[in-house]
Design a protein around this ligand. Structure first.
Ligand SMILES: [Zn+2]
Length: 400
């Protein structure tokens, strides 16, 4: 199975500069792809294809040839994805159009040399008739297994995302059931399986962690705002701030790993072979400023912070590969209205407490209610009563 390891690295000042330049150059390739594709479409009425793009961009950037190719591939992929989304009726999706200032550079298999002690040479190609020396970096720990690709990405600082083959094969199973999950802020994962069992893994710890972080960074921000920019105290406080957020990040990742691990155990025990998750893409988008009435955002600042800091994406990523390893598929589905609709009478209602209570008498734990509705929506295309008797609820916490 292909896995990825994101890691920091060491390098010289000079090479660090060159690495920054790589991501700027990759952005230039991206921007040129946009422009060439546009011109091509205007002139010929057709879409530009891979070889035409390659001809236009070959050798023109200070990057390894495969790194240039990788940008083109990502551009073409983005275009195809947008097309597919449009086919499915998502008309608000646009073809790639945004110019970038930075874009992650990738080195493919001929683009790097790995030394067992963690030194990595990232190759460059001829540029302006001159051979460019490789960029040398060193990582503390190489991932176990064969390295497939290295990406230079930005996450508060430049980092390397190393994809590698871990040598494991997904396990065979003869599971048959389906389960759906609802990801929430308090109950990290609420799941419901077709055999009638459900699970709730709380994430209160994660929430308190985030609160503490917000408070700490708030205090620091306050102090920083009273310092002169660039002063010694300013720099010291900035470092403290970065340290706090790195620490929270690590703790958060730890909790998410434990949460996903526990869920996978439960899914295995309940003979699940497919897990359906609500597509939470929209969660963050909706927290952006309200178009007609920007002041509404002000009002909801607390909620916004709460929502956008909930690492749904990360949890899903961890779940996906842990489930895959056990031979269980993870499928995303549209989750709109699943939390508000009563499966019995289909009336809509905003939930306020921990329990969903409908006028018709239906009651259910809020998050299990959501998971059940996601399952119904996936299986039947509509929110309705599944007709499965709920037999067992497992409550877990990520730590222990
Ligand atoms: Zn009802």
């Amino acid at each position: 199975m292909i896995r990825a390891l994101k890691t920091t690295f060491r390098t010289t000042k000079k090479d660090l500069k060159r690495l920054f330049a790589c991501n700027r150059n990759s952005a230039q390739v991206w921007n040129d792809c946009l422009q060439y594709a546009n011109e091509h479409h205007l002139n010929t009425g057709n879409w530009i294809n891979k070889s035409e793009l390659q001809q236009l961009t070959r050798g023109r950037y200070n990057l390894h040839s495969q790194s240039i190719q990788s940008v083109q591939e990502r551009y073409l992929q983005a275009r195809t994805n947008a097309w597919k989304a449009k086919q499915q009726g998502y008309n608000h999706i646009r073809y790639p159009y945004k110019e970038k200032k930075n874009y992650p550079t990738r080195w493919k298999k001929d683009g790097f040399i790995i030394n067992p002690d963690g030194r990595i040479e990232l190759k460059m190609c001829l540029f302006n008739g001159k051979r460019q020396p490789p960029i040398k970096v060193k990582v503390a720990k190489l991932p176990p297994g064969q390295i497939k690709e290295i990406e230079l990405t930005w996450d508060r600082q430049l980092m390397l995302a190393i994809s590698y083959e871990d040598g494991y094969q997904p396990q065979e199973n003869n599971n048959e059931g389906m389960a759906a999950i609802d990801l929430g802020e308090i109950h990290g994962i609420a799941g419901f399986a077709e055999n009638g069992h459900s699970i709730i893994i709380t994430s209160r710890k994660l929430r308190s962690l985030k609160r503490l972080r917000n408070k700490k960074t708030g205090d620091l921000q306050n102090k920083i705002s009273r310092c002169q920019k660039g002063s010694r105290r300013y720099k010291k406080l900035r470092r403290a701030m970065a340290k706090t957020s790195r620490k929270t990040e690590r703790q958060q990742r730890d909790i998410l790993h434990k949460t996903s691990y526990k869920f996978v155990k439960w899914a295995e025990a309940n003979k699940v072979n497919q897990v359906i998750a609500g597509d939470v893409e929209g969660v963050q988008r909706e927290t952006k400023a309200h178009k007609k009435n920007p002041r509404r955002r002000q009002k909801n600042r607390m909620t916004n912070q709460k929502l956008s800091q909930w690492p749904f994406g990360l949890l899903l990523t961890y779940l996906a590969y842990k489930l895959q390893f056990k031979g269980i598929a993870l499928t995303k589905t549209d989750e709109s209205y699943t939390s508000q609709t009563c499966p019995v009478c289909n009336r809509k209602k905003k939930v306020s407490g921990r329990t969903f209570r409908c006028y018709c008498g239906y009651t259910e734990h809020r998050d299990i209610h959501g998971a059940k509705n996601i399952l119904a929506k996936y299986k039947y295309g509509a929110i309705k009563d599944l007709g499965i008797k709920q037999t067992k609820v497992t409550y877990l916490r990520p730590a222990v």
